[in-house]
Design a protein around this ligand. Structure first.
Ligand code: NAP
Length: 258
């Protein structure tokens, strides 16, 4: 299926690895001109080279997307994107008794306010052009909270609530805003959270990984390629009537009829 977005410009935040990278690759494959960001320059340049080698058009901008400077650099390289993929590293796991207001402010900044700031900077030009796609990479924890990820549960639900409101205001102008909610995807992030779990339980990480995969109805973790393909569809010309939605990609782990 032709996604109908060749020549559009996308800013993919936190796109050197994992889910962000999957989105950048899928969009580049559709002929979208992509800008990717990440803090680590080496991995970022490597990803950009690999996207180029596969025929994609990509610019790499090193910087921390959770800072005003990082966002300015990203937006300077990709002024007025047609497509915005909001993403950043997730907050650390832990026990809420240990979290200070500063820990909460960091999580809210990274996983809520950063996305809102980027939406604030890009939404009106999208409205003026009568076309735009915004996808927030959040987490399955928005729908089904994960006990050790309280900072993530809180911050991402805040972003989701905010976007539910504005999505309905801008769809008439051709702009959609949706959430993509990853369950367990085979990335560095998942591996580090399983390492945390293994240390806590005093068990080998390989056992935790096997158990977690087996507990999923799909009997495996998701891949960044699958995630990117869903993102490309939400950003496609065909998805203009899908807005304010939160697509859970978890192999069916969340058990519900609808
Ligand atoms: P990942 O494989 O660890 O990749 C994270 C990417 O984000 C890297 O490219 C990293 O590069 C970049 N990044 C992190 N912090 C950044 C910052 N402040 N500014 C710019 N770039 C930054 O993680 P992932 O699995 O793709 O996860 C992406 C998001 O989905 C996270 O918020 C994660 O919590 C959430 N999530 C993931 C899963 C899963 O199973 N994988 C499940 C639920 C939710 P640098 O480190 O070089 O900056």
């Amino acid at each position: 299926m032709d996604m109908g977005i060749a020549g559009r410009r996308a800013l993919v935040c936190a796109g050197s690895k994992g889910l962000g990278r999957g989105c950048a690759e899928a969009l580049a494959r559709e002929g979208v001109i992509v800008t990717i960001t990440a803090r680590g320059k080496e991995a970022l340049e490597k990803t950009a080279d690999e996207i180029r080698a596969a025929g994609g058009k990509v610019t790499a901008v090193a910087g921390d997307i959770t800072t005003p400077e990082g966002r300015s650099a990203a937006l300077a390289a990709c002024k007025d994107p047609d497509i915005l993929i909001n993403n950043a590293g997730g907050p650390p796991p832990g026990d809420f008794r240990d979290w200070t207001p500063d820990d909460w402010m960091k999580a809210l900044n990274a996983n809520m306010i950063t996305a809102i700031e980027l939406i604030r900077a890009t939404l009106d030009p999208m409205i003026a052009r009568k076309w735009g796609r915004i996808v927030n990479i959040t987490s399955g924890s928005v729908k089904s909270p994960i006990a050790i990820l309280g900072l993530s549960n809180g911050a991402r639900t805040g972003l989701t609530g905010f976007c539910a409101g504005i999505a309905r205001q801008v769809v008439k102008d051709g702009v959609t805003i949706n959430g993509l909610l990853p369950g367990p995807f085979d990335t560095d992030r998942l591996r580090s959270s399983m390492e945390f779990e293994a240390r806590k339980a005093g068990r080998p990480v390989a056992d935790i990984a096997k158990e977690r995969a087996q507990n999923n109805p799909a009997k495996r973790f998701g891949t960044s390629e699958e995630f990117g393909a869903a993102c490309a569809f939400l950003c496609s010309a065909h998805a203009g009537y899908i807005t304010g939605q939160n697509l859970l990609m978890d192999g069916g782990a969340f058990n519900s009829s609808i």
